[in-house]
Write a protein that binds this ligand. Structure first.
Ligand code: COI
Length: 361
């Protein structure tokens, strides 16, 4: 895409939140990226503007028919520079979501470049403590006004950014979380939109999430929609099991999100020499492994969650306590290596990070 990003600097800068008390996605930086689409012009008018509310027609199609996709990635403080972690993967995945949701594709290289400019402008918002980062949320919504059900002819792509700490409010990064295996509601079915990051997937998960929270669990583990037998993913992360030395994660079957942290974990584990199998795994297999003592570790992976050890799995009447509710060695090694690479403290052996060339003040 042969266009320049126009930059409109904010006249005043906001006060930063208390970085000792960072919750997830509550405070937003001074600027945002915006770009519009129309069928006549394609994507046009890319700009960085002050962070501000939108003025939208109440009949904008996104409010009614939900054409909306998003991404999540992070920028990390690394000594005297800033690192982005595999940002091209996020825009490639955005295009997969776009394709399924009938939204026009974006130019991946252009978006990575625009993102670098946005992060550069607000780089003083990147928190510096261990486990903290700047969470970046690109998203696209249909903006055409009108109520007929069809793909919109106008869209808006935006990127907003927020300094974050640990995703789970009741834990630091490596305290094991409690997961409720959902066997009433389902998230997605093959042929549907489960592999995309479309807002409706998250809306549809909220009822089960509320039920799990009321019962004292952090997140829901979804099973396949047809038989409610095979493990799929957790609400905000993919899931891995270590059973008798083998590391297993559910295969991407069309209803599971293709996590970028999931992919990074698989690559890193294989690089370390572990056997990692992407295959179907039933909740019964997990239960049996726990009973016969071969379930060594369970952990989730995600941009927001990073590596999140699972300490408890509640399935029907059974409450499985995994690895004595302690963080396992593989989870810990993965967290330390991945967050070390992301913050420039460890060798980027697999070539994942992109330095911005920013001088931190
Ligand atoms: C992420 O990990 O970036 C996600 O999008 C998960 C969640 C916060 C919706």
């Amino acid at each position: 895409m042969d266009q320049q990003v126009t930059i409109y600097q904010a006249e005043t800068r906001k006060a930063k939140p208390d970085y000792n008390e960072l919750s997830f996605g509550k405070h937003f930086t001074d600027h945002m990226f915006v770009m519009d689409y129309s069928t006549e012009k394609g994507w046009y008018d890319p700009r960085i503007t002050p962070y501000e509310p939108l003025l939208m027609d109440p009949s904008s199609m996104v409010f009614h028919y939900g054409q909306s996709v998003f991404e999540g990635l992070k920028a990390y403080h690394s000594g005297d520079d800033v690192l982005l972690f595999r940002p091209e993967k996020n825009f490639e995945r955005l295009n997969k979501s776009n394709e399924r949701m009938n939204i026009p594709a974006v130019d991946v290289d252009f978006m990575v470049d625009a993102l670098k400019q946005l992060v550069d402008i607000d780089h003083d918002w990147i928190p510096t403590k261990d486990g903290q980062s700047l969470y970046i949320r690109p998203f696209i919504i249909s903006t055409e006004a009108g109520l007929s059900v069809r793909p919109a002819s106008q869209y808006k792509l935006m990127i907003i950014m927020t300094p974050v700490g640990a995703y789970y409010s009741n834990s630091d990064h490596m305290s094991p979380v409690k997961i409720y295996v959902e066997d009433e509601f389902v998230r997605s079915v093959k042929g549907g939109v489960g592999f995309t990051k479309t807002s409706g997937n998250y809306a549809a998960s909220l009822k089960a999430q509320t039920k799990a929270a009321e019962l004292g669990y952090d997140q829901v583990l979804w099973l396949d929609a047809l038989e409610k037998k095979y493990v799929e993913e957790v609400g905000s992360m993919n899931i891995f099991f270590k059973i008798d030395g083998e590391i297993v994660t559910p295969a991407l079957n069309g209803s599971i999100l293709s996590g970028i942290t999931r992919n990074s974990v698989i690559e890193l584990l294989r690089y370390w020499g572990y056997t990692v199998n992407e295959r179907r795994i039933s909740i019964e297999e997990v239960y049996n492994a726990q009973k016969d003592g071969t379930l060594e570790e369970v952990f989730g992976t995600g941009t927001a969650a990073v590596i999140s050890p699972v300490g408890t799995l509640k399935w029907k009447e059974e409450e499985l306590v995994i690895n004595n509710n302690e963080t396992g060695d593989v989870s810990l090694d993965l967290y330390e290596t991945i967050s070390g690479i992301q913050t420039g403290k460890k060798d980027d052996v697999l070539g994942w990070t992109i330095p911005l060339g920013v001088k931190q003040t």
